[in-house]
Design a protein around this ligand. Structure first.
Ligand code: ADE
Length: 226
């Protein structure tokens, strides 16, 4: 899978995309993540990618030309399944959408910045708008990092223990069960006895039951979709 990210602030994406599981997945050749500076795609001699909005509002708007050039350049090299724009206006991001995106071959993620992007980009180049929550960030870069992280970690082979991504919260519209490690008792605080029993059938049942209980208590809204 290949993910191309277009941004005016590539530095914001350096560390989130190059550590831990994302680093390992790229080194193992499971996924290619390419960050492009939109300034490399403008013919403006000062490399400016923004301009004042028509209508006289405050703030700056990303121009069509650098985005058009960057998207066309990428599309001339391979086909893309989605051209995503990160925006608070978009569809609320979910595990279901992360699962879907992880099955695609090539995607582009365009990060908004400043006041936004010229609306013609959204009308003619973008195939999907995604919001990572009902709050406003200074730009779409952190949202692009969140989306990329959630996709890459479920690409087969990215997580060492193949089963662990399947037991994540939300994979089943249920919160994950609590986990414990050694020692079995600390400061008088005990690990649930069942986990020490060695009876994996019973442990699995307990985990399912506690997942359901915690979901009912903490996120009853998730159970509506079940
Ligand atoms: N850009 C600014 N705020 C955002 C959000 N909540 N989700 C995605 N992109 C954004």
């Amino acid at each position: 899978m290949r993910i191309d990210i277009l941004t005016v602030v590539p530095e914001l994406l350096d560390s989130p995309l190059n550590e831990s599981i994302l680093k390992r997945a790229q080194n193992a050749g499971l996924v290619e993540i390419c960050v492009h500076n939109l300034r490399d795609y403008t013919e403006d001699k000062h490399r400016r990618v923004d301009d004042y909005p028509f209508g006289g509002d405050a703030g700056m708007v990303i121009r069509v030309e650098p985005v058009f050039n960057a998207v066309n350049h990428l599309k001339s090299e391979r086909d893309y399944d989605e051209v995503i724009y990160t925006s608070p206006d978009g569809e609320n991001y979910s595990q279901r959408e992360a699962n879907r995106l992880s099955t695609l071959k090539n995607i582009i993620i365009l990060c908004g910045h400043y006041k936004g992007i010229d609306h013609r980009i959204r009308e003619h180049l973008i195939t999907k708008e995604i919001s990572i929550g009902d709050y406003v960030l200074t730009g779409g870069e952190l949202a692009a990092a969140v989306i990329t992280d959630s996709i890459v970690r479920i690409v087969p082979g990215a997580i060492g223990d193949e089963t662990s991504a399947l037991t994540d919260s939300f994979q089943d519209n249920l919160l994950a069960p609590p986990v414990y490690t050694r020692p079995a008792e600390f400061n008088g605080w005990k690990v649930p006895e069942i986990l020490l029993s060695g009876n994996f059938g019973k442990i699995k049942k307990w985990q399912e039951q506690i997942s359901l209980e915690r979901t009912k208590l903490l996120r009853p809204d998730l159970l509506k979709d079940k």
